[in-house]
Design a protein around this ligand. Sequence first.
Ligand SMILES: Nc1nc2c(ncn2[C@@H]2O[C@H](COP(=O)(O)OP(=O)(O)OP(=O)(O)O)[C@@H](O)[C@H]2O)c(=O)[nH]1
Length: 802
Amino acid sequence: MRGSTLARAGLRNAALRSGEWTACRRSFVSSALPFQQSNSIRGQNHQRIHPQRHIQRRWQATTAQAVLETAVQDPSALSQEAIVDNLDPKEAARLDKVRNIGIAAHIDSGKTTATERVLFYTGRIKDIHEVRGRDAVGAKMDSMELEREKGITIQSAATFCDWIKKQPDPVTGEMKDEKFHINLIDTPGHIDFTIEVERALRVLDGAVMILCAVSGVQSQTVTVDRQMRRYNIPRISFVNKMDRAGANPWKAVEGINQKLRIPAAAVQVPIGVEDEFKGVVDLIRMKALISEGDRGEIIREAEVPADIREFAQEKRRLLIETLADVDEEIANAFLEERTPSPLEIKAAIRRATIGLKFTPVLMGSALADKSVQPMLDAVCDFLPNPAEVENLALDRRRAEKPVKLVSYNSLPFVGLAFKLEESNFGQLTYIRVYQGSLKKGQYVTNARTGQKVKIPRIVRMHSNEMEEITEISAGEICAVFGVDCASGDTFAESGLGYSMTSMFVPDPVISLSIKPKQTKDTPNFSKAMARFQREDPTFRVHVDNESSESIISGMGELHLSIYVERMRREYNVEVVTGQPQVAYRETIQQHVLFDHLLRKQTGGAGDYARVTGYLEPTGQLGANKFEQQIIGGTISEKYLLACDKGFQASCIAGPMLGHKVLGCSMVINDGATHMTDSSELAFKNATQQAFRKAFMAAEPQVLEPLMKTVVTAPNEFQGNIVGLLNKRNAVINDTETGPEDFTLQADCSLNAMFGFSSQLRAASQGKGEFTMEFSHYAPAPGQLQKELVAKFQKEREARNRK
Ligand SMILES: Nc1nc2c(ncn2[C@@H]2O[C@H](COP(=O)(O)OP(=O)(O)OP(=O)(O)O)[C@@H](O)[C@H]2O)c(=O)[nH]1
């Protein structure tokens, strides 16, 4: 890694010698920099012609009232910089001290354990309780009984705390206390609960990515990385479990650079490792920070121990070199052969982190109560405040034109409902306030339904506890009671017409039939189903048309089993479930013409519709497509709409197995209509019939979900586990063998993976772990296709006989 940095530095020198460095650096930085650079380009142009300047001048000439009016009437005239520079210094000062962050990582990395320390050191809780600790209390953020019992996080939990940080005064340089307000969301690690990470990241401004000091970057770290990229979330990295045997933070730093491909460098080095781990050296200030006290509550500052001074110097150089690659100011210092000052380094880390070009790496041990506070300092130092993040809404009054939201209380309110939860007091809706403040009793409009709603109660969440408040400021996170909405709805001041894009919701891959054991439990069963569906967009319920059974679908066996268990515990309903079923898909491989006539004459008005056209694969296993190419009006617009509806209905339940259709295009280019007998229903039915016939003639194919599976286990079990996977026809893509454990990555069909967890347990004496995540759809093996089709037909015939 160091070699590559030096190689880059070498390239720079060569460019400099040939006089190209300035141009080369500019293009390098601008390509690496999503938005920070654009700010500095703006900065360079301010003096002359940049349009922002005109807006700024206009702003300076306006009053606060005019600002508000403009925000409502023509928000596109606002620029974030203009508002930030001109509106209200008090607001800027408030926002400067707010951080909205999430903690996300691979399973069992210590997210909840670290959050427990954060709450303790910030004074939010008086005692520390461990995940699956001996006192059986459990960590604060795992408040659900099931979470405490299983020692895993199932739902994300929100909390808030104040962190008093020592900061140098910008003028005098004297250290003084600064209070930061941190809203924090602890997320689950299991992929089955991935929607919790997804919606948390959608609304947060920054994240702490935790890694295990022994394992480094793991499969779920890669997933979380992808999710952070999806929402442009700046992150700091925290290498936890430095107390564990085999801890090696440099493996994690290398993993972030190589596997996640984010420039990363340690901003600390450890003092001692494993059970000798005592604290860290802060490489920016070159100070040792030793954790002391019963629960590591004291951070004693000392000189860097002599035996690691040279090592620390070397890592500091590496930090500066890595920064020079992503930050122009440090690059300049580097070229001037000048060592940047601690303040310059800190500012560069902040710029590069917020600009998504770099992640600073910190280290500690949450369980051993070591070096968690410096991580909190880093949250304040390097992660953005709400005003530094660009958040857009679409203005529906102006053809969905994007408008920037600004976290100022005095602007009209805009917030996003990102999570719903049923509580004893009714529906609790978590809201991220992006603009304006929200007051108890205020009326706001749901952008999706257009409904005006009153906010009866506002609370701040502290895991499962609530603190009643009367108002929440812009840039913060709260929960409200008694507001009927769906997850992902935008609320805005009435008349504003803004809506925000929602989070990414993955499709379920697994389903099973479910019914209450006793019919008397049906009302509670339905209540539970309705609630779980409302709370979790990846949990779906539908009634199978053919079997009339309720089918639940979700992200994996664990996901569905948790809901079955919750039904028993929270609703007292014992259920019977069927075998888990794979969410297969159906597609076609051929171009097929159709000409279908539906004609029925049974006395009175009959049915008449004729549709002609073709069915063909779209070429990608994605969305289906309906197109009409009618010339001469042989089918009217109204009937063509009905044809479209018929096509969409056909795609929901394919002709082969009754599963969804993928990658299919239908074109209707001719047809015929009858003066009296044609109707929308006739055209809808004719299209469905034509679709069915053409589909079966177009070389139909069953697709099955392939899962990206990662197995980690001690090396001695490698042979057993490879054997297990081979039996399941898995394609092993990569194996990495470490000193103790190996990690194997494979593509497996979901169908072949049922029951894998118990077999893995048996094959590895309970020491193996695996994660499975949907990768893509691929054709199912021919034999399996035949079996599935035969089974489906048999079941259908049996039902028809009844
Ligand atoms: N040795 C050691 N163990 C730790 C450390 N931090 C957490 N653990 C242990 O790791 C296990 C998982 O910790 P959690 O805090 O539940 O991890 P998590 O990332 O929140 O777990 P999920 O949300 O279920 O993915 C627990 O047994 C912790 O006691 C640490 O710093 N050192």
